[in-house]
Design a protein around this ligand. Structure first.
Ligand code: PMP
Length: 466
């Protein structure tokens, strides 16, 4: 639909109502209200439109979730059919619905070997809260109730509930509301720009970053450590891609001390890295005991998340556990599950995961990699369909801008103006485009990003900041 055919929206009135009544997530309301909300009214393929008719390439797949793009009639039809038949029923009292059963079976087909069970939630945060309860229950049932502590990483993102935010390592979140909750500790992230030594190889850094896990386990006493949790690639933290040496060493350490390994695949799952799950990418190569998922399971069309439970845990829980006192009204919501089934079936039928691995990810790597010649840009990296770059004040000496200048936010605003969604995380600019982009979409996205980098440079120059 050309933008001239869009229904007309009264942007000013909508903005005023939004400012008057709507508290946005992760938002400084006062400053948002001063600038005004951007109101998104339509999506088609890999593009969205705002209420003023501007067309924007969605370089972030919504919020890392609209993997199959917007406007998929098959997903709409799946939801409609299920809503007409049975919009809701629960899975509590010896009941189940057809879509929840079908999805559980389908997930066990696409999951890595050893995963035959799933626990459904509404979101990634609830998935990770479920992880905390499952992990502690598992060790209780094995007669080791003191094994409670879960080790995570600074700058990890695992959600916004009390449990999810505690597992996460976002200092800003911890500062609000007395987090983390007891029994969760953090080690440093495998981010070489922050923690690398001068002249250190990536391989050496990866091993050194993994050794922080071993040091923490020894400090706490292995008999007190329940699990280690990590995103294969940290997403919200800024697309931090660890060196290839990192995860195999983490796996070795977890195996050595008998500690559960949890892979938070809320972003990396469902094809984002060119495999059904991120842990299957050779760069990651872990054998987790538990996998958190959400987002891409429905391509974001409806909220759904969950935990894939490996057999080591499922067996103990089922054979010795009795009632697991945990669950949500909408665990296995039939309409959300019906959309997820249609989404996974479409991904299979269209070979989406294979295409990402064989064609799209290498194409993105090359196209995004061309930005490395820009005066502001260094450390361009991608894995599968996530990518990031660093904005440098002086790239020769690797000098970063003063964080107070908010250069990333300036760049993000230019991106929006130039018709592309890119996210700013401190010194990093990141993307996670839909898995259904064409080569032309990627080329156009990269052209718009380059234009935005040029505008950022020109603005900094005009303000005397470079
Ligand atoms: N884990 C990871 C890795 C995530 O990226 C997110 C969300 N960005 C979450 C958990 C939380 O998911 P939700 O917002 O659905 O609660």
């Amino acid at each position: 639909m050309p933008s001239s055919d869009l229904p007309r929206f009264d942007t000013a009135t909508l903005r005023a109502q939004d400012a008057a009544h709507h508290l946005h997530p992760f938002t400084d309301t006062q400053s948002l209200n001063a600038s005004g909300t951007r109101i998104i009214v339509r999506g088609e393929g890999v593009r969205i439109w705002d209420s003023d008719g501007n067309e924007i390439i969605d370089g972030m797949s919504g919020l890392w979730c609209v993997n199959l793009g917007y406007g998929r009639q098959d997903l709409v039809d799946a939801a409609t059919r299920q809503m007409q038949t049975l919009p809701f029923y629960n899975a509590f009292f010896k009941t189940a619905t057809v879509p929840a059963i079908e999805l559980a079976a389908l997930l066990s087909e696409i999951a890595p070997p050893g995963f035959q069970h799933v626990f459904f939630t509404n979101s990634g945060s609830e998935g990770n809260d479920t992880i905390i309860r499952l992990v502690r229950r598992y060790w209780d049932l094995l007669g080791q109730p003191q094994r409670k502590t879960i080790i995570s990483r600074h700058n990890a993102y695992h959600g916004s509930t009390l449990g999810g935010a505690s597992l996460g390592g976002m200092s800003g979140m911890h500062a609000q509301g007395d987090l983390p909750i007891p029994g969760i500790v953090h080690i440093d992230q495998p981010y070489q720009l922050q923690h690398g030594h001068a002249g250190e190889s990536a391989e050496h850094f990866g091993l050194r970053a993994a050794s922080w896990l071993e040091a923490k386990i020894r400090e706490l006493g292995p008999e007190n450590v329940a699990a280690f949790i990590g995103e294969p690639v940290q997403g919200a933290g800024g697309v931090i891609i660890p060196p290839a040496s990192y995860w195999p060493e983490v796996q070795r350490i977890c195996d050595h001390y008998g500690i559960l390994l949890v892979s938070d695949e809320v972003i990396c799952g469902f094809g984002r890295l060119g495999h059904w799950f991120g842990c299957q990418h050779p760069h990651i190569g872990t054998r987790p005991d538990l996998i958190t998922f959400a987002k891409g399971v429905t391509s974001g069309y409806l909220p759904l998340g969950g935990v894939l439970v490996g057999e080591r845990i499922a067996k103990v829980l089922i054979e010795r556990g009795g009632e697991f006192q945990h669950g949500f009204t909408y665990s296995g919501h039939p309409t959300c599950c019906a959309v997820a089934v249609a989404n996974v079936q479409a991904m299979r039928a269209e070979g989406v995961v294979e295409r990402v691995a064989q064609d799209l990810a290498p194409y993105l790597e090359r196209a995004f990699g061309t930005l490395a010649d820009h005066a502001l840009v260094g450390d361009v990296q991608s894995l599968g369909m996530v990518a990031g770059l660093v904005l440098y004040e002086d790239k020769a000496s690797r000098t970063l801008f003063d964080a107070e200048l908010g250069v990333g936010y300036r760049c993000r605003d230019h991106c929006f103006r130039n018709g592309v969604v890119m996210r700013a995380v401190e010194e990093r600019m990141i993307i996670a485009p839909p898995l259904v982009m064409t080569h032309e979409d990627i080329d156009e996205m990269v052209r718009r990003i380059r234009r935005s980098l040029d505008d950022t440079w020109a603005g900094l120059r005009a303000d005397g900041l470079i």
